[in-house]
Write a protein that binds this ligand. Structure first.
Ligand SMILES: Cc1cc2nc3c(=O)[nH]c(=O)nc-3n(C[C@H](O)[C@H](O)[C@H](O)COP(=O)(O)O)c2cc1C
Length: 305
């Protein structure tokens, strides 16, 4: 299954691109409209892209009234990414989405400056879980000091799956002036530099939680996607690559099938978790049993536990 990464594709401007995906993930929606950060908000570097969009979005009221109906009309199932500043805000966003045809909800938990990430994740996911029966995916930052502990906390609080990874903080300077190139100075780094970071995150969280994982971070080819699946992902999302190659979904899907076949796998998902096997032994697999509810809700959106 190939999805887009949140914030990297405007489906209403490029509907034919969005239809190439097995599900469309929205940009993160917040309770109130946000203008986002002052320009410059995007800067290319030699290892990826820096952005400081700042969660610009129309807010949940306009999103529900004007945006979501048009996204649902496009065809692919719509996953709505939500973000807030407190558990109650996430719960409210989920409650309002409960009455829509959104297929799943991604909780954008990638706040870089929280004091106790496990407690925070527990509070947000538990509040969201109480507000919705829809499949819930927790999207985490790879910069968390103990990522698998936060993933476990999210799982225990009722997350049905994980989305890994969000961007990591980076800074680019103008070579002539030696001043920051982004309006906010530092921003979120995405693209090729994130690939090994994403692989490590998926690998460790698969082991810790057994939950289905949407893997992302620098995926540009089918070989990159297969690596994330081998680390434990059940689906792969494309982000930064779409800015250079909007048709990447169809290409990566085809390459992925070929890369899997070449290695003797009947289909790409047959390679799920093989990075956890030693070279001549059976895969040790996840160390926990996934709750029945999570298993059922993940299957609902086509994701393998
Ligand atoms: C311009 C831009 C905007 C993004 N906006 C969001 C967002 O609104 N919510 C979110 O959870 N992630 C957002 N992300 C992060 C991506 O969804 C993804 O996690 C990250 O870019 C890593 O994947 P990639 O290397 O394939 O781009 C954004 C990334 C970029 C480049």
């Amino acid at each position: 299954m190939i999805l887009n990464a949140s914030g990297c594709l405007d489906a209403l401007t490029a509907p034919e691109v969005a239809r190439e995906f097995d599900a469309f993930v929205t940009k993160t929606v917040t309770p109130l409209q946000r203008e986002g950060n002052a320009p410059v908000r995007i800067a290319e570097t030699d290892v990826g892209m820096l952005n400081s969009i700042g969660l610009a979005n129309p807010g949940i009221d306009t999103f529900l009234a004007d945006v979501l109906p048009r996204l649902l009309d496009l065809g692919p199932p719509v996953w709505v990414s939500v973000g807030g500043f407190a558990a109650a805000e996430y719960a409210d966003l989920c409650a309002r989405l409960e009455r829509t045809d959104a297929a799943a909800i991604e909780l954008n938990l990638s706040c870089p400056n929280v004091a106790a990430p496990e407690d925070e994740a527990t509070a947000i996911v538990a509040a969201a879980r109480a507000a919705t029966g829809k499949p819930l995916f927790a999207k985490l930052s790879p910069a968390l000091p103990d990522l698998p502990a936060v993933a476990l906390a999210a799982a225990a609080a009722g997350a049905d799956g994980l989305a890994l990874v969000n961007t990591i903080r980076g800074l680019a300077l103008d070579p002539a002036t030696l001043r920051p190139r982004l309006g906010t100075a530092a921003g979120g780094l995405s693209g090729p530099a994130l690939r090994p970071v994403a692989l490590a995150a998926v690998h460790t969280c698969f082991r810790a939680t057994g939950l289905p994982i949407v893997g992302m971070g620098g995926v540009e080819t089918g070989a990159h996607a297969l690596e994330l699946i081998a680390a434990g992902a059940s689906a792969v999302a494309l982000g930064t690559v779409l800015f250079a190659d909007p048709g990447a979904a169809a290409r990566v899907r085809e390459e992925l099938a070929g890369e899997a076949r070449q290695r003797g796998f009947a289909d790409p998902l047959a390679a799920r978790g093989v990075a956890h096997a030693d070279l001549d032994g059976a895969p040790p697999g996840p160390v926990v049993r996934v709750a029945d509810g999570a298993r059922k809700r993940s299957a609902q959106v086509g994701l393998k536990v």
